[in-house]
Design a protein around this ligand. Structure first.
Ligand code: UDP
Length: 329
């Protein structure tokens, strides 16, 4: 029997590259697609020699072409940090909307099953806690996060429309904060920000009073959840995340301990619309997928810290080694 063929968009990114690893390991033929705006070929270069891996440098917001059959599509292409949304807001909107439309069309043409990466950001600054899939959210469409949140909400609506109108096999995952090796060091997200600051000997910047909460999931756990959801027969959104909730101030203290930095924790102003609390209700994932996270924060942080420590000095001190300008037309 011929191998199952899977297209992974955003394949050179943090999550996409881990998915490439997993599906190659599971014996699939993997086609990674990325425009490399926020992705990085370094994340997948170890796969280049693999006979069942190929890379396509293209922008799914414009057009998607994949020759041959396709069994599955994972749509993971998107900027995913608040700093990136500010720098490339229109690309963020386009990949969640036009990109998703193109991939749904491709899935239909190829009779492939598609799983789209949605996000806890669809809940906005949530008024229901912990967040259950039935909660509609509290999103400011014109705030700085609106470009991401609304693109992802549109993505879910479009995906459901393809499911109900065309009978397409669709899956929607709502991903909560996830961390691990291959996060971009300087994309502004809190974990690489704190670890980067500790490694450079800078103070750790807590935004606001640090009482806002997040719940951090280790990347391997997330990948397992995605793997199970894709093979399930459930088409409505499913939360995947680690419910172990922590304040950002406590998180900074954990990073101080982990890294042994002697720098201070300092306060900076809280970004607009920064969600005050976030924790997934994972009852659905537990019952439908028999999934729950396995890696605790101490273990996951240690692995992630070791990864960041191993990066070359120039990456550590490059404020943002991504040159967005060259991609923005
Ligand atoms: N944060 C912080 N210091 C930083 C970067 C982020 O205190 O240097 C806070 C941010 O305000 C938010 C939380 O950490 O409350 C998580 O931010 P991140 O950008 O990682 O993801 P979000 O969950 O907000 O999308």
């Amino acid at each position: 029997m011929s191998k199952k063929r899977i297209l992974i968009t955003g394949g050179a990114g943090f999550l996409g590259s881990h998915l490439c690893d997993r599906y190659v390991k599971e014996g699939y033929h993997v086609i990674a697609m990325d425009n490399l705006i926020t992705g990085d070929l370094k994340n997948i270069e170890h796969l280049f020699k693999h006979p069942d891996f190929e890379f396509s440098h293209s922008d799914v917001s414009k057009f998607v072409y994949v020759p041959g059959k396709l069994d599955y599509i994972l749509h993971f292409a998107s900027p995913a940090s608040p700093i990136d949304y500010l720098k490339i807001p229109i690309q963020t909107l386009k990949v969640g909307s036009l990109g998703t439309h193109n991939l749904l069309g491709l899935a239909l043409a190829k009779k492939a099953r598609i799983l789209v990466a949605s996000t806890s950001e669809v809940y906005g600054d949530p008024l229901v806690h912990p967040q259950v899939e039935e909660y509609y959210g509290n999103v400011d469409p014109v705030g700085p996060r609106g470009v991401y949140d609304e693109a992802k909400r549109f993505q879910e609506a479009m995906t459901m429309a393809y499911h109900t109108f065309h009978g397409l096999e669709t899956r929607i995952i709502r991903i909560f904060n996830t961390y691990g090796p291959r996060m971009r060091l300087n994309d502004g997200r809190v974990l690489p920000a704190f670890i980067g600051q500790a490694l450079r000997g800078e103070d750790l910047t807590v935004f606001g009073d640090g009482s806002q909460t997040r719940s951090f999931c280790y990347v391997d756990d997330l990948v397992e959840g995605i793997y199970r959801l894709l093979l399930s027969d459930y088409h409505l959104p499913v939360n995947i995340g680690n419910p172990d909730e922590i304040t950002i101030l406590q998180f900074a203290e954990e990073i101080v301990k982990l890294t042994g930095t002697t720098q201070k924790i300092i306060r900076k102003s809280l970004p607009v619309n920064d969600p005050k609390q976030r924790r997934p209700d994972i009852t659905k994932a537990k019952s439908l997928l028999k999934w729950e996270p396995k890696v605790n924060r101490a273990e996951g942080l240690k692995i992630t810290y070791d990864y960041f420590k191993s990066l070359p000095k120039e990456v550590l001190f490059d404020r943002d080694h991504k040159n967005f300008e060259q991609y923005i037309r």
